[in-house]
Design a protein around this ligand. Structure first.
Ligand code: SAM
Length: 288
């Protein structure tokens, strides 16, 4: 059968053959549009020398396209009911390896070492289960994996937050967290009709290109992210009010005002107006 998995008719046929029923709790919304998949693979920069890691292959819609365009594909799937189906739909490809594991539990670094050639560029590509988008992405980013990029279909609103610039309503601590590790951009937005079943939310493809170095130098990363979170604590409040609440008992308003002054940041500003560079300067000044 050489018709792509990602068509409505073939997907229905496969689901019927195995009597598969979707588990909403696992975020199972399968892609049924080959054009979208080709766009994703292009945005991801997948080429014949590249290694690809997929999270949640489902019945293999994206996996199949990755197998055709990449050197090797390793996919993590939590739902063991999908294993015999993947075995079937991907039987024509000898460059795919499926691991039956929760991505949040997996030792991805070890898998990269075991499964890909040394020095091979590795890119993560996925149509993510929406209920755990942020934990998955933060795990991949914070574990500083030897990967080049992450290209994922996620809820539009979350993609907007991750790629947001200062002074926009989507900008927040998630934007800083993601952009500290990557250059983030929303590559395309996608209609609900390309999924089976259709999700309740709109979707976008987010592209994250890993940075070699963070864009700012911070004295202490945990402290930096704490300050960022505190600053966005109550969005309507000023920087001073949010910081005073966060540092209560540790630093009073006079002290905070002096330090803000020293880095040239007006205490009456709101968190959403601060750039990554300003957050870094502020956190470094408050750290000592
Ligand atoms: N890639 C397929 C596609 O595009 O048609 C399926 C995408 S579907 C949105 C998400 C997939 O992730 C499902 O197959 C689901 O079983 C799997 N999944 C959910 N939670 C997971 C986890 N913690 N680890 C690995 N896979 C997971």
């Amino acid at each position: 059968n050489n018709k792509a998995v990602a068509t409505p008719s073939r997907t229905k046929e496969i689901l019927g053959k195995y009597g598969f029923s979707f588990k909403k709790s696992l975020g199972q919304n399968f892609l049924i549009d080959v054009n979208i998949l080709k766009n994703i693979i292009e945005e991801a920069g997948i080429h014949e020398e590249a290694g690809a890691i997929e999270i949640g292959p489902g019945i293999g819609a994206l996996t199949e396209q990755l197998a055709r365009h990449a050197d090797r594909v390793v996919a993590f799937e939590i739902d063991q009911r999908l294993l015999p189906i993947l075995e079937d739909t991907l039987s024509a490809y000898d460059n795919v390896h499926v691991i039956n594991q929760d991505i949040l539990q997996a030792d991805v670094e070890q898998v990269i070492q075991d499964q890909f050639k040394q020095g091979q560029p590795v890119r993560v590509v996925a149509n993510l289960p929406y209920y755990i988008t942020t934990p998955i992405l933060m795990k991949l980013l914070m574990s500083r994996l030897p990967i080049d990029s992450i290209t994922v279909m996620i809820q539009k609103e979350v993609a907007d937050r991750m790629a947001a610039e200062p002074n926009t309503k989507s900008y927040g601590s998630l934007s800083i967290a993601v952009q500290y590790y990557t250059e983030a951009s929303v590559a395309l937005t996608v209609p609900k009709t390309v999924f089976m079943p259709q999700p309740n939310v709109d979707s976008s493809v987010l592209h994250l290109e890993m940075r070699d170095q963070p864009p700012v130098q911070v004295e202490d990363e945990d402290f930096f992210f704490d300050v960022v979170k505190a600053t966005f604590g109550q969005r309507r409040k000023t920087l001073m009010n949010n910081l005073a609440r966060h540092f209560k008992g540790r630093m009073d308003k006079t002290e905070l005002r002096t330090r803000l002054d020293e880095v040239g940041i007006d205490p009456s500003r709101r968190g959403e107006s601060l750039s990554m560079e300003e957050f870094a300067a502020l956190a470094n000044r408050l750290y000592k």
